[in-house]
Design a protein around this ligand. Structure first.
Ligand code: HEC
Length: 270
């Protein structure tokens, strides 16, 4: 009899857990929590149910001696296995790697505030203007017809990306902004299944590429109607990136002309 009512209690609490879980997911969705959080909230609701079910569970027979030790070890191994399996499904981060990226992102911003002196800025602007002209010429001689704006590099003292190669800077932005999460390039990345971009430089002009990054709704990759409608490509780069970083990224993308890799055709939207 006790067993029967315990099963009933399990059913009831599971159902309540699912209802609470669904409500949490709906609220989380409405308030734009990322998918991972929505799943977590649901799992928490289920965990809650489990705790309440355990409270009602009939007492177990007491284990003694060797048996108790074995049971404890088995329980421990199972629980650890569950945790490790769960954790390995989640995306892995190497803290050193992330720290390096943050450092690079901050570098330009820091340089910009440290060197706020007007005369220095004017001198820099002049030098950069010349650079931009040279780069535009270089790009249009490549047939890209580019309009590349001023790549405001911090002075040589900041090292690294300031080495002067705008394409290399753009490639660095590709890494820093994690475009590779969704886009496969050079056979790498694209786990979240955005379009492959190896030949995008043949399909879009630098102006159009810039438009797409600044406003992802401006263009749609053919065959990606669903992802386009859902706004899968983040609309955040115009806020996260300096204009010169966007220009560098565009210059890099404009060099991608590997016609052997089928790249979805861009279609102009509003
Ligand atoms: C979260 C996933 C995601 C990230 C991150 C992302 N994109 Fe996209 N991107 C997409 C999807 C999905 C599409 C296809 C639907 C569309 O066109 O909006 C797309 C389309 C594009 C296209 C048009 C491709 C074509 O063949 O028409 C370009 C260019 C592009 N992305 C560049 C970038 C760049 C550059 C970055 C990094 C700054 C980036 N994307 C980051 C998901 C992403």
């Amino acid at each position: 009899m006790a067993e029967k009512s315990f099963i009933k209690s399990i059913l009831k609490k599971t159902v309540v857990g699912i209802i609470v879980g669904v409500i949490l997911v709906v609220v989380a969705k409405a308030t734009h929590f990322p998918d991972v959080f929505q799943i977590m909230f649901f799992l928490y609701a289920m965990l809650g149910s489990l705790v309440f079910i355990l409270l009602d569970a009939p007492p177990m027979k007491r284990l003694e001696g060797g048996k108790a030790v074995v049971a404890l070890v088995v329980f421990y191994v199972l629980l650890s296995g569950l945790y490790i399996a769960g954790a390995s499904i989640l995306p892995q981060f190497d803290p050193e790697d992330e720290k390096g990226k943050i450092e690079k992102i901050l570098k330009l911003r820091r340089a910009a505030t440290e060197q706020g002196k007007a005369d220095e800025l004017i001198a820099r602007a002049k030098a950069l203007d010349e650079r931009a002209k040279a780069i535009s010429q270089q790009l249009s001689s490549l047939g890209a017809g580019a309009q590349v704006a001023v790549p405001t590099q911090s002075t040589a003292s900041s090292g690294g990306a300031a080495s002067g190669d705008i394409i290399a800077m753009g490639k660095e932005q590709w890494e820093l902004q994690e475009c590779y999460n969704c886009h496969k390039l050079f056979g790498q990345g694209g786990k979240k299944r955005g379009p492959v971009l190896d030949n995008i430089g043949s399909l879009m002009t630098p102006e159009q590429l810039k438009e797409k990054i600044i406003d992802p709704k401006s263009w749609m990759a053919e065959g990606f109607e669903k992802q386009y409608e859902k706004g899968k490509m983040p609309d955040k780069y115009k806020d996260l990136m300096f204009p010169q970083e966007i220009d560098a990224l565009v210059a890099f993308l404009a060099t991608l002309k590997d016609t052997s890799v089928e790249t979805p055709k861009p279609i102009k939207k509003n």
